[in-house]
Design a protein around this ligand. Structure first.
Ligand SMILES: Cc1cc2nc3c(=O)[nH]c(=O)nc-3n(C[C@H](O)[C@H](O)[C@H](O)COP(=O)(O)OP(=O)(O)OC[C@H]3O[C@@H](n4cnc5c(N)ncnc54)[C@H](O)[C@@H]3O)c2cc1C
Length: 449
């Protein structure tokens, strides 16, 4: 069969993208290397949309949770991943967890049976010249990864992430922290959290004693590049190591004491909105619970809310803010779009969501139309904007959807009502974008009450 568009990778993103394009009446060739003699180190079957680790799509609460809101938006866009997830859900409180085998079988069957989709069990090693969506995920085949790296230039494709925690700006106690740059060079660009000797010593001991996440067998050769060594590994090298590394206090005059602190944690702005700040040099393999416990001992971060916790994993992803346009096209080769985790979103749901919107953009383009991107106040729009330009390209690392990616709602809602203020507004903006102004108006009026 000849085809209108080629999708490479039949994971969460590629399956959703194939479905959306086929439902739009376009003929799709879906190339998936599993089942054709190749595999990734994490997949165990040749089913499409295999969930390689947990069986959860996380919170399904669309009122108070950003990923729950993303679920809702995807359902409104007829997401087949959300539909199959719902069909095969298992009890998990307010989360959407699924029977992974039944789920992947259902997705595979639906895609196989769609008259507009041809699945080809093949590995693709080069960048095609026809309309294509690359959705090869965090474990992209190495020859294709080399081809992407050759097209995009040195350093634009990463093979490991090195995640430092990211903190919501409004949860930092600025009575203890202050804004300044080291030696007062440039603007007051960093948030600085000072530690005295006792606080520092206790902190270093907690890092050394903290429980760490194990590496998968196939991740054991993870290279610790200079500059992205886990902080606990630095702490293990000696009590002073961090004080001469990412926790240096020199050149930072604390306005409360007029002196340099014994040690200092710096946070740097992570998105254009200024709502998210990353802890500079704090990539870590500590367990998530341990990170929250230990990092909240840092003065100023006692009540920190984390938009992302630290980690180091094998993960192929491109520098999307630099390489992609607002419709997920590769600027240097616009017949190619990227979708899924390889764009630097993180998670099953986010990957499928970016597959969905990449497909909708591609379908519009193939029909000679233009699709307005979803507004940045919506979960899908916020995630899309983050990876295609809202994030800082210099420090870009994979990210889950979260409220910090959206512009803060106007006015000062009580803390308990803040999440609802985000989701009420998102629903109204989403309805408007879907061409339902009457629904949008109703939602806005209900939100204002
Ligand atoms: C070990 C591990 C654990 C994870 N655990 C979770 C978790 O618990 N929860 C969560 O939300 N997210 C998790 N993720 C992150 C991420 O959400 C998933 O990897 C998700 O499956 C990404 O979706 P995707 O469609 O982008 O990629 P994938 O689902 O990985 O799909 C990519 C597909 O492309 C195929 N492919 C690769 N290269 C080629 C090629 N050259 N030619 C043809 N086909 C190719 C692969 O075989 C694969 O089927 C995990 C990631 C990893 C690596």
């Amino acid at each position: 069969m000849s085809f209108d568009i080629h999708i490479i990778g039949g994971g969460l993103a590629g399956s959703e993208a194939a479905w959306q394009l086929a439902e739009a009446g376009l003929r799709v060739r879906l190339s998936e290397m599993r089942g054709g003699g190749d595999n990734t180190p994490a997949h165990e079957t040749d089913r499409l949309a295999e969930m390689v680790c947990s069986n959860s799509f996380r919170s399904d609460d669309a009122e108070n949770n950003a990923v729950g809101l993303l679920h809702q938006e995807m359902r409104e866009l007829d997401s087949m991943i959300m539909c199959a997830g719902h069909e095969h859900r298992v009890p998990a409180g307010s989360a959407l967890a699924v029977d992974r085998e039944a789920f992947a079988s259902e997705v595979t069957r639906a895609i196989e049976q769609h008259p507009n989709i041809t699945i080809v069990r093949e590995r693709v090693d080069a960048l095609p010249d026809h309309p294509t969506i690359i959705a090869t995920g965090p474990l992209t085949g190495s020859a294709l990864a080399d081809a992407i790296a050759a097209e995009t230039g040195e350093g634009a494709l990463a093979f490991f992430d090195a995640l430092a925690p990211i903190v919501h700006r409004d949860s930092i106690d600025m009575d203890k922290a202050w804004m300044a740059a080291r030696w007062d060079k440039g603007g007051k660009d960093y948030i600085n959290c000072p530690l005295d000797k006792e606080q520092y010593d206790t902190f270093v001991q907690a890092l050394v004693g903290g429980e760490k996440m194990p590496f998968h067998d196939w991740e054991k050769d993870t290279p610790y590049f200079e500059g992205c060594m886990p902080i606990e590994v630095m702490a293990e090298r000696g009590p002073e190591t961090l004080r001469y590394g990412p926790m240096k206090g020199v050149g930072l005059d604390d306005p409360r004491t007029g002196r340099w602190p014994y040690a200092c944690v710096q946070l740097r702005q992570d998105n254009k909105l200024g709502t998210l700040w990353n802890m500079v040099g704090f990539q870590t393999k500590l367990k998530h619970g341990e990170q929250v416990r230990i990092f909240r001992t840092i003065p100023g971060l006692e009540n920190a809310e984390f938009a992302r916790l630290g980690g180091i994993h094998r993960n192929s992803f491109i520098n999307s803010p630099r390489l992609l346009d607002g419709e997920l096209r590769l600027k240097s080769k616009p017949n190619i779009r990227f979708a899924g985790q390889i764009t630097g979103c993180e998670g099953y749901v986010e990957s499928a969501a970016i597959g969905l919107i990449a497909a909708r953009f591609a379908a519009a383009e193939l029909r000679g139309e233009m699709l307005e991107p979803p507004p940045s106040e919506t979960a899908l729009g916020a995630l899309l904007r983050h990876i295609t330009g809202g994030a800082d390209a210099e420090t870009f690392q994979p990210m889950n959807v979260n409220f910090g990616l959206m512009p803060p709602p106007p006015g000062r809602a009580r803390k308990a009502d803040r999440k609802k203020a985000y989701t009420d507004r998102a629903r109204a903006r989403f309805a408007e974008w879907m061409g339902k102004p009457a629904v949008a108006k109703q939602l806005e009026e209900a939100g204002a009450r």
